[in-house]
Design a protein around this ligand. Structure first.
Ligand code: 5AD
Ligand code: SF4
Length: 462
């Protein structure tokens, strides 16, 4: 693995300065997962570094960048719809640069479609190209030709890319990029490439910076954080639990979350670490995808329902009060009613606090795209409705069971009712309570007094 450092591109900054009479404005919108949102924050950082200002409305922008997600078809359609809606704006403002980056841009057929059918898209670059954006923009301003880069993967990690974070108290911190798992439904390994881990020292330095800047919630990101460490040099080799211990040794008032954990690599050592480290949230997002061994094998997940439940049980023993969340795919090709009953059964047995549910979306180029998929759409949506109903009942009961406790929450924003704040518990639940806005971004102690559906209600406790 090659590690590089970002360098300010003075020539590009100078060119941008010369090209516009007043500093140009950029509108950057990110779709998809937190990894992508964090990439969007770095894209903004790089743009500011070469003289752009940032704006919240596409109409005000000289540069519009969509940082896209490819994980499901629906996400892609939304992007094409939003890009299509910019045609009129470009006609009115010919100097406007419209760009697309992120996961969709790492698919050959998407780049081809943009080339053929969206002539007003000027700039396309993939997930590994954020540090090259200044040079691309400079070329675009000089040559005035479209630059649509073909998907390519770079076995490089670029450190020190400037960043404009969206929050002053919650931060995303990537520890690794890419994925080597090749679950048969998933496009991510094709668009985000092979796993590459950041060096522990680089992660620690960024982490210390965040703590010093007053960040309270730091979420470590990776497609599969449990396989952190692959490819590191021998002298700095460590696994994910070692990394957590390294970070937790940093003094300060903060908590750490992480995602996503793959059940095949989630170790007892990891659970022991969660038990031992007060800075780690007592919550585990452990996507199971489905509750049928037959389908788990077809998904190439490398674990069984029994193995998964063993992990959950071990976590419950070692970490009292731990809660779980998961991702579920409904309607994977060939899913039978019996397979689906297995999923319902597993969901009931675990008792998830939250479930992120998706109807299977066919992704061209993945193995599952060629699997027979005879189940009608109506049947899949019916299964989804039944899953959501089951989960709702479980979540309501779990939420109600919290009432009466006094907990520490991070105050994140305003609540729905006038004069209330909204805070988040370790277990990711939200509580609303009366309080002053000055508490925003701070920890507060809240007594949980009731619940409205799956939102807790509470009052400040002193
Ligand atoms: N169809 C539906 N859901 C998918 N996911 C990933 N690929 C697909 C797909 N092709 C879901 C998985 C994953 C989450 C991020 O997105 O549940 O855990
Ligand atoms: Fe979407 Fe996956 Fe890319 Fe995240 S990594 S933006 S979920 S395709």
């Amino acid at each position: 693995m090659e590690y590089q450092r970002y360098e300010h591109n003075a020539a590009a900054a100078e060119l941008v300065g010369r090209h516009y009479d007043t500093p140009p404005l950029a509108f950057v919108h990110s779709y998809g997962c937190q990894q992508n949102v964090n990439d969007g924050e770095r894209i903004k950082g790089v743009l500011v570094d070469i003289g752009y200002g940032l704006c919240d409305a596409p109409e005000d922008a000289d540069l519009i960048l969509f940082n896209t997600c490819a994980v499901r078809e629906h996400a892609e359609q939304r992007v094409f719809g939003n890009v299509g809606a910019l045609k009129g704006l470009k006609e009115k403002k010919p100097g406007l640069i419209i760009g697309l980056c992120g996961c969709m841009a790492n698919q050959k057929q998407v780049v081809e479609k943009l080339r053929r059918s969206y002539p007003y898209v000027d700039l396309v670059f993939g997930v590994d190209g954020i540090d090259t954006l200044p040079a691309l923009l400079a070329r675009k301003l000089e040559e005035k030709k479209r630059i649509l880069l073909e998907p390519a993967q770079r076995p490089v990690i670029v450190e020190g890319i400037p960043i404009r974070r969206e929050s002053e108290f919650r931060a995303w911190l990537p520890i690794m990029y890419g994925c080597d798992n090749f679950c048969t439904y998933c496009i991510v390994p094709y668009v985000r490439g092979r796993e590459k881990s950041r060096r522990p020292g680089d992660i620690l330095a960024e982490f210390k910076g965040l703590v010093a800047a007053g960040y309270k919630e730091i979420t470590l990101l990776g497609q599969n954080v449990n396989s952190y460490g692959k490819g590191l040099d021998e002298e700095e080799k460590m696994d994910f639990s070692d990394l957590l211990n390294l970070l937790c040794a940093v003094p300060g008032d903060y908590h750490i979350r992480f995602m996503t954990s793959h059940p095949k690599d989630a170790s007892r050592k990891l659970i022991d670490t969660i038990a031992a480290q007060p800075h780690l949230c007592k919550h585990l997002h452990l996507p199971v995808q489905c509750g049928s061994d037959r389908l788990l094998e077809k998904m190439n997940r490398h674990y069984t329902v029994e193995h998964y439940l063993d992990l959950i049980e071990y976590a419950r023993e070692r970490v009292p009060g731990i809660t779980f969340s998961s991702d579920i795919i409904v309607g994977f090709p060939g899913e039978t009613e019996e397979d689906f009953q297995g999923t319902l059964d597993l969901v009931r047995r675990v008792g998830y606090m939250q479930l992120f549910t998706f109807i299977y979306s066919k992704r061209e180029g993945t193995p599952a795209a060629s699997y027979p998929d005879p189940t009608p759409r109506a049947e899949k949506t019916d299964r989804m409705a039944r899953l959501l109903k089951t989960q709702d009942e479980i979540a309501m009961a779990l939420v109600k069971a919290q009432v009466g406790q006094t907990v520490r929450v991070l105050v994140e924003g305003s609540g729905r009712a006038e004069g209330t704040l909204s805070g988040r518990l370790d277990n990711n639940l939200t509580v609303e309570f009366a309080g002053e806005e000055a508490l925003l971004g701070q920890y507060a102690r809240v007594k949980l007094t009731g619940a409205r559906a799956t939102v807790l209600l509470g009052e400040l406790s002193v």
